[in-house]
Write a protein of this length. Structure first.
Length: 283
């Protein structure tokens, strides 16, 4: 019998069917991969939250500092013995684990880069929306970890912060107060920061309206839902919280549970809706 191969039309039909199937399946594969990465990232925040809680049980109920005045003992350094590895400190979404190339002098003494930031929200004693605080108007720690508290640092012998770290029992809404969030080294470097570092000034936390005070070294803005969505990171509504998937990020709260949320929803309107500011442990 005479053998007959595929006609050109049949071949084209098969190729078209394969192309259609690929177009359908590839996005599904990408979504599955993103979902798997998000599960790992969410698990990381959960483990780091538990490490902070375990530390607090060994430290008279107090959370660790976000960053001590000596720049070496940060919350990440303190937590590491409780998790026994550094892998948990790096998100699968954080593609760049190097220092800013322009700041190679940091290598060797500022720790390593990592992917998360502590809640170090603060405000002046007289206002929760202003930023004019310091020796004359002491800062009140509204978050759970104090950024570089400096006792007796003012010329009159007073201190920059009026409280150095929150105790777990001082948090008024434990299930609704952020402890740690995504804060990728990749984003810090893109914003011309040094990098999100385990042991250096202004790198590993988020605070209130810190632009000009801390952002010159690394972006540290807390989200603010009233900001223009077109503003350049970290001045947009998400602040310096890094995005994982679909404009969402992962957060661990002070009661130890982790959750995926839109960053702006954690602080939709700091002036008119202060009760919805999940960074304020005093509300």
């Amino acid at each position: 019998m005479k053998k007959q191969g595929f006609t050109l039309i049949e071949l084209l039909v098969v190729i078209a069917i394969i192309a259609i199937l690929a177009a359908i399946l590839f996005p599904v594969f990408a979504q599955a991969k993103a979902a798997a990465k998000n599960a790992v990232d969410l698990s990381n925040t959960k483990e780091l939250g538990l490490a902070n809680i375990m530390y607090s049980t060994d430290a008279d109920d107090y959370f660790p500092f976000a960053l001590r005045a000596d720049w070496d003992e940060t919350w990440a350094v303190i937590d590491q013995p409780y998790v026994k590895n550094w892998g948990i400190f790096r998100s699968p979404f954080d593609s760049n684990q190097s220092f800013n190339p322009a700041d190679g002098w940091l290598a060797g003494w500022t720790g390593i880069t990592f992917s998360y930031g502590a809640n170090a929200y603060y405000h002046p004693a007289t206002s929760k929306t202003g930023t004019n605080c310091g020796c004359g108007n002491p800062c009140i720690l509204g978050g759970v970890m104090s950024p570089m508290a400096q006792p007796n640092s003012c010329s009159d012998g007073s201190s920059w912060f009026t409280s150095w770290a929150k105790s777990t029992t001082a948090v008024t809404q434990p299930a609704g107060t952020v402890m740690i969030s995504d804060k990728f080294n990749t984003d810090a470097v893109k914003a011309n920061g040094w990098g999100n570092l385990t042991a250096f000034f202004g790198a590993n936390f988020l605070c209130l309206d810190c632009y000009g005070a801390w952002d010159w070294g690394n972006p540290v803005e807390v989200p603010d839902g009233t900001q223009n969505i077109n503003n350049i990171y970290p001045q947009g509504p998400n602040g310096s919280v890094s995005i994982t998937t679909a404009n969402h990020s992962n957060f661990v709260f002070t009661d130890g549970h982790s959750k995926t949320l839109n960053p702006a929803s954690t602080d939709p309107d700091p002036i008119n809706l202060p009760q919805d500011n999940m960074w304020d442990a005093d509300r």
